[in-house]
Design a protein around this ligand. Structure first.
Ligand code: PNS
Length: 163
C-alpha cells in the first residue's frame, strides 16, 4: 500500500497547543507524519533541539492522531531536502491569521521550486490559538505572565526550570 507521509517542520521552541492542534487536524490526512524540529543553534533557542524533540515526544500521547503514525526527528539545512530525504510528499504548516500568509506563501513557493514533487498543505489553527506563538509564549513567560492553557503543562514546567 502507498503510504502518505508528511513532515510538519518548525522551530518548536517550544511546542504550543497551537502546534498540537495542527498535529491533531493533519493526522487524519496522512498515514505517517514526522514532526521535523529545526536545529537552529545560531538563533539561540530557549531549548536545545534534543530537548525540544524530547518534550514533543512526551506530549504527543495526549493528542488523538488516530491511525496516523507520528514521529519526531530533528534536521539541519533545507526543509525541502529533509522532506525529500524522508520520502514525504507533503509539508504541513499552520496558518493563524492573514499576517502569516505572506511569509508562508513565500516559503511554500520556494520549497516548491526546490522540490516540485512536494506540496505544502496549510491548515487553519483553531481560533482560540490564533494569537499563540512560541515567541510570545517565551516573552510572556519571562515577564511573569500566564501561559496556562496555551502550552502543554509539561512544557510550561520545563520553561520554569530554564528560568
Ligand atoms: O516554526 P517556524 O520558525 O515558523 O518554522 C520555520 C521553518 C523551520 C519552517 C523555516 O525556517 C525553514 O524551513 N527553515 C529551514 C531552512 C529552509 O529550508 N529555508 C528555506 C525556506 S523556503
Amino acid at each position: 500500500m502507498h503510504m502518505r507521509r508528511a513532515i510538519f517542520p518548525g522551530s518548536f521552541d517550544p511546542l504550543t497547543n497551537g502546534h498540537l492542534d495542527i498535529i491533531r487536524r493533519s493526522a487524519p490526512l496522512f498515514d505517517e507524519m514526522i514532526i521535523a524540529v529545526l536545529n537552529n543553534p545560531d538563533k539561540h533557542p530557549m531549548f536545545l533541539v534534543e530537548e525540544r524533540c524530547a518534550m514533543i515526544r512526551e506530549v504527543l500521547p495526549t493528542v488523538d492522531t488516530g491511525n496516523c503514525s507520528v514521529t519526531v526527528d530533528n534536521f539541519s539545512g533545507l526543509t525541502a531536502d529533509f522532506a525529500k530525504r524522508s520520502g514525504a510528499t507533503a509539508i504541513v504548516r499552520g496558518i493563524r491569521a492573514v499576517s502569516d500568509y505572506e511569509y508562508e506563501l513565500r516559503m511554500a513557493l520556494m520549497n516548491r521550486r526546490l522540490e516540485p514533487s512536494i506540496e505544502t498543505v496549510f491548515l487553519m489553527a483553531a481560533e482560540e490559538y490564533s494569537y499563540v506563538s512560541s515567541d510570545l509564549m517565551k516573552q510572556i513567560f519571562r515577564l511573569g505572565g500566564r501561559v496556562e492553557g496555551l502550552i502543554p503543562e509539561l512544557i510550561e514546567s520545563k520553561m520554569r526550570e530554564k528560568k
